[in-house]
Design a protein around this ligand. Sequence first.
Ligand SMILES: Nc1nc2c(c(=O)[nH]1)N[C@H]1C(S)=C(S)[C@@H](COP(=O)(O)OP(=O)(O)OC[C@H]3O[C@@H](n4cnc5c(=O)[nH]c(N)nc54)[C@H](O)[C@@H]3O)O[C@H]1N2
Ligand SMILES: Nc1nc2c(c(=O)[nH]1)N[C@H]1C(S)=C(S)[C@@H](COP(=O)(O)OP(=O)(O)OC[C@H]3O[C@@H](n4cnc5c(=O)[nH]c(N)nc54)[C@H](O)[C@@H]3O)O[C@H]1N2
Ligand code: SF4
Ligand SMILES: [Mo]
Length: 746
Amino acid sequence: MDTMKTSYTTCPLCEATCGLEIETHGRAVLSIKGDDQDVFSSGYICPKAYSLKELDVDKDRLREPMVRKGERWLPVSWDDAFAEVAQRLSPILQRDGRNAVAVYAGNPNVHTLAGQFYLPVLLQTLRTHNYFSASTVDQMPKQVSAGLMFGAGLSIPIPDLEHTEYLLLLGANPLVSNGSLMTAPNMRDRLRHLRQRGGRLIVIDPYRTRTAQEADEHHFIRPGTDAHFLFALVHTLFAENLVNLGKISEHTAGLEQVRTLARDFAPEDVAAICGIEAETIKHLARDFAAAPKAAAYGRIGTCAQTFGTLTSWLVDVVNVLTGNLDREGGVLFPKGAVGARNASGHGGKGSGIRFGRWKSRVRGLPETFGELPVACLAEEIETPGEGQVKALITLAGNPALSTPNGQRLQRAFEQLECMVSVDMYLNETTRYAHVILPPPSPLARAHYDSAFYQLAVHNVANYSPPLFEQEAGTRDEWEIYLQLAGIVGGMGSVTDLQPLDDMTLKTLIKREIAVPGSAIEGRDPADVFAMVSGRGPTRILDFLLRSGPYGDGFDPQRTGLSLAMLEDHPHGVDLGPLQPRIPEVLRTPSGMIELAPPRIVEDVERLRASLKQVPGQMVLIGRRDLRSNNSWMHNLHVLAKGPNRCTLQIHPDDAQRLTLASHGVARVTSNVGSVEIAVEITDAIMPGVVSIPHGWGHNQSGTKTEIASEHAGVNTNILTDESAIDPLSGNAVLNGIPVVVECIKR
Ligand SMILES: Nc1nc2c(c(=O)[nH]1)N[C@H]1C(S)=C(S)[C@@H](COP(=O)(O)OP(=O)(O)OC[C@H]3O[C@@H](n4cnc5c(=O)[nH]c(N)nc54)[C@H](O)[C@@H]3O)O[C@H]1N2
Ligand SMILES: Nc1nc2c(c(=O)[nH]1)N[C@H]1C(S)=C(S)[C@@H](COP(=O)(O)OP(=O)(O)OC[C@H]3O[C@@H](n4cnc5c(=O)[nH]c(N)nc54)[C@H](O)[C@@H]3O)O[C@H]1N2
Ligand code: SF4
Ligand SMILES: [Mo]
């Protein structure tokens, strides 16, 4: 008989990791609210969380594997679906080799255990050079700068929001996005508390965002000029003798080089470029240096732009120069309980990071952290020759809407001999697939945020068991990934996953045992293997928790985190506030904070050259909306209803000049495409800048997302140019796109 049940689970939708209290009756969700006892979120949730109920029952959400025959989609059994995948992929692999098969992994992979633990298995089995992900339309510049400065790609210093007294925020709108690379549920209260205790919030953004409205100061900045602005801050710090590294001084290399580099960026030299007065830049530098505890933070507006890596680096340079890196109230390195490379083994030194181990075939762009820029995907499919991409596997991604020059990419998809998508919707991307493999509802799987707890403002660990049992006829997502690994590994569509799953865990154990200083260094792998039970990602999670920095190290004499312990704590385990971690956190070969990594220093020349360019043309930026989640939650009525949010926002002065009227239609044209879009006039945006949110454009044929199609909007990534990238990270430039705006209808 169906019974009522109250469960606690972490919301898997964004980086904030809010705790939910969900009431169910049998297979039905009755209510969703914030979990007041959650050790991190204390009851906070946003409107998206409620939509999990609608997502669970959405009639358009795919529940069976689908195979396309021409224009028709047929539901098939899992066995038949995998047989079809094997039949299509294997000959391509045999004939053209592994690089002929590309993979694109989308954003939800960082929100699922399958993505965290089994995507690497699939990639390591396939070993294609053509691996792409949403990282190169997102945070890759920050990972590159963090990797070069601190030795690991996720060694990203996080504002100590609980204690800071001055927060300089660039290109981020956490009151709407709920924070990114800064996991912190309930940003509104956290920022309000900061101000209540006398702290100041400064926002630098071409848009007066909701966050900016709550700030002490907001300054418009010309898109793509944050590096100029930050360099001028650095220049002022040196010029006015405000540099004081404090206790990390002995662990820092390259200070004098930064001083030299900053010489050409006096506030007076950049003011006109940034649209911020020289005096303002100077006072911001002085205030930052004078604050007892200050933190600089930048997000998507500082990453997905021309100088993404330089900007990401400069954010941390400012933190270092003012003595705020690694101190309470400044920026600190979290210590994640699971998977943190900067918490494994002996600390203080490491192998650092290497880039460019291979290059993209057509444009010769270097690999970063094992992937190529997604801005290259279309040309790799289109261009004949050895190594041409003939097959594509998309995993929880919608690159048709989320990556630059969406039209070209979609034309390229049509050319693929084989496309396989693991996705829950038949959408703008998956309509090109030959086979779609759907994951279960997010409520029917276990969850743990191994990535975001490495980026959180407080150290916590929280495990969520599945709310609902896996339904007959469905496959968990990790099983799908492992099955695909079997296929690309030449095993065909295997029926018993257990040996592959065991091998996955054994590989992890072997690797950890070999790490000098690991809690299980030198142990017998078979012993450790015998001490973990279960299967799939929860077994891996148990192993990682126990061998990690808070674990028992598989020592019966010690207590520590384990899956069983987390199961006993449904509201999470509080592992304490962030602590200073230098030098132990460092993994650079030198054991130093590299303030002036050569690769970054080289790119300063490009910035210097841009000092001569006079800003002129209108530029396009993006924005986010509270009731939206990239491209994929527009099919849920609770989120989609209400006025059209996919509008062109434009300043009244520009609108007047261009004779645009609110609710009229404008044509926006870039050098790669053109869209027609409803106009919304607002003085919240900087003159000379227009904004269109991404993730829309659902009016495509052959999709099955009825509600989304009724609120179609337009795809702004028709306008973004795949040739424009940040050269150090390969990240696409999605902000500051030169456009021409014309009036179509008033
Ligand atoms: N112009 C512009 N473009 C942008 C951005 C911008 O600011 N401006 N932002 C960029 C950023 S930050 C990001 S992260 C990317 C996102 O880029 P993508 O990750 O490519 O796009 P999403 O919209 O997140 O699409 C997620 C897909 O996964 C499916 N899905 C959802 N949950 C699951 C799941 O649990 N399992 C599986 N298998 N599938 C699932 C959805 O149906 C959808 O098809 O977009 C980028 N694009
Ligand atoms: N509700 C909601 N929440 C989300 C998402 C969503 O789609 N909807 N997406 C999630 C994802 S995948 C991510 S990565 C995060 C992103 O999290 P955030 O980075 O906080 O995202 P945005 O709200 O897009 O804020 C980016 C800001 O950058 C500004 N900007 C644009 N160009 C520039 C520039 O050149 N310089 C400066 N200084 N600012 C600029 C924009 O005006 C905007 O206000 O949000 C996550 N949370
Ligand atoms: S803020 Fe993010 S994690 Fe929290 S409830 Fe909303 S979508 Fe979920
Ligand atoms: Mo993102």
